[in-house]
Design a protein around this ligand. Structure first.
Ligand code: PAF
Length: 291
């Protein structure tokens, strides 16, 4: 694995690689956990050459969010990248990525508005801008993203289509701890009492799944039950919970076909998100190729 900082150096290597080799790309903010490793594993499986970027993107954090305390663990990340067979670990500098005075931004309008967009104004503008810049440099055949950040995947996929990036977005299932908590770099900031309370989020998603399996189709009825479950845990506050159309992310009242159940909670100072994609009876197999 080569660790590279400069954009030109990445481009130079990729110029030689491109042609008959498929480039698979995993953008990250580092502090690798099993979730990241599973993205790398999938990238390795399908791609012939794997590029992982590591950049804690200041643009996607609002003032007062956890940018300064976002976990950073470069030595361990390098070791894990090496073990996964990553070909290039690209660690760009903010200075090079955002030449001063920086003025160019990407905004995916409608898909960015609700849910995370409402709770974290400017977040998706920051995500779309950085990912477009990374794609511009790497120009991968495949782009790997984790399902835990479902809205992010949709926003990026829309941007890829709208801006004609020649890449296929691939969605990778969420990796969970044994108690169901979705893996996230932010889990490490939970106090031990909060960590014990956190799996209630996944349990709520499971309750929704069960109610749907048992025939419930009114989203309001399920939302009331799942909200009541989460409220039974006093350490956890609900930010939002919603059944949505998996493409548009618009809320759905009556459940049918494919839906995504999105949820966000706050535990202490830590915000956690999770989701499940549900296929109601009569639908064909879940697709994980998104374009
Ligand atoms: O999901 C993340 O880690 C980040 O939002 C991403 C896609 C690397 C952009 O900074």
């Amino acid at each position: 694995m080569k660790t590279i900082r400069r954009i030109k150096a990445v481009q130079k290597i990729l110029e030689c690689v491109r042609g008959n080799r498929r480039i698979a790309f995993v953008p990250t903010m580092g502090a690798f956990h099993e979730g990241h490793l599973s993205l790398m594993r999938k990238a390795k499986h399908r791609g012939d050459f794997v590029v992982v970027s590591l950049f804690v993107n200041p643009l996607q954090f609002s003032p007062g969010e956890d940018l300064d305390i976002y976990p950073r663990n470069l030595n361990s990340d390098k070791k894990k990248g090496e073990e996964m067979g990553v070909d290039i670990l690209w660690i760009p500098s903010a200075k090079e990525l955002f030449p001063s005075p920086y003025q160019t931004f990407i905004q995916v309008e409608k898909l960015s508005q609700r849910w995370e967009g409402e709770s974290r104004p400017g977040h998706f503008k920051g995500v779309a801008t950085i990912v477009s810049k990374l794609l511009q440099v790497v120009s991968p055949d495949y782009l790997y993203l984790g399902q835990k950040d479902y809205q992010q995947v949709r926003v990026i996929q829309k941007m890829v289509r709208d801006l004609h990036f020649k890449t296929t977005v691939r969605l990778v299932s969420t990796i969970r701890e044994t108690d169901g908590l979705a893996m996230s770099s932010r889990n490490g900031r939970l106090s031990s009492a909060d960590r014990k309370a956190a799996p209630i989020l996944y349990r709520a998603l499971q309750v929704a799944r069960k109610m749907i399996r048992q025939g419930e189709r009114k989203s309001q009825v399920i939302l009331e039950a799942t909200a009541a479950l989460i409220r039974s845990e006093p350490r956890v506050r609900i930010d939002y919970m919603a059944f949505c159309d998996p493409e548009t992310l618009e809320p759905i009242k009556h459940l049918e076909k494919r839906i995504v159940f999105l949820a966000a909670v706050k535990i202490g100072a830590v915000r956690l998100i999770d989701n499940i994609i549900l296929k109601l009876p009569g639908q064909s197999q879940k697709q994980n190729k998104m374009h």
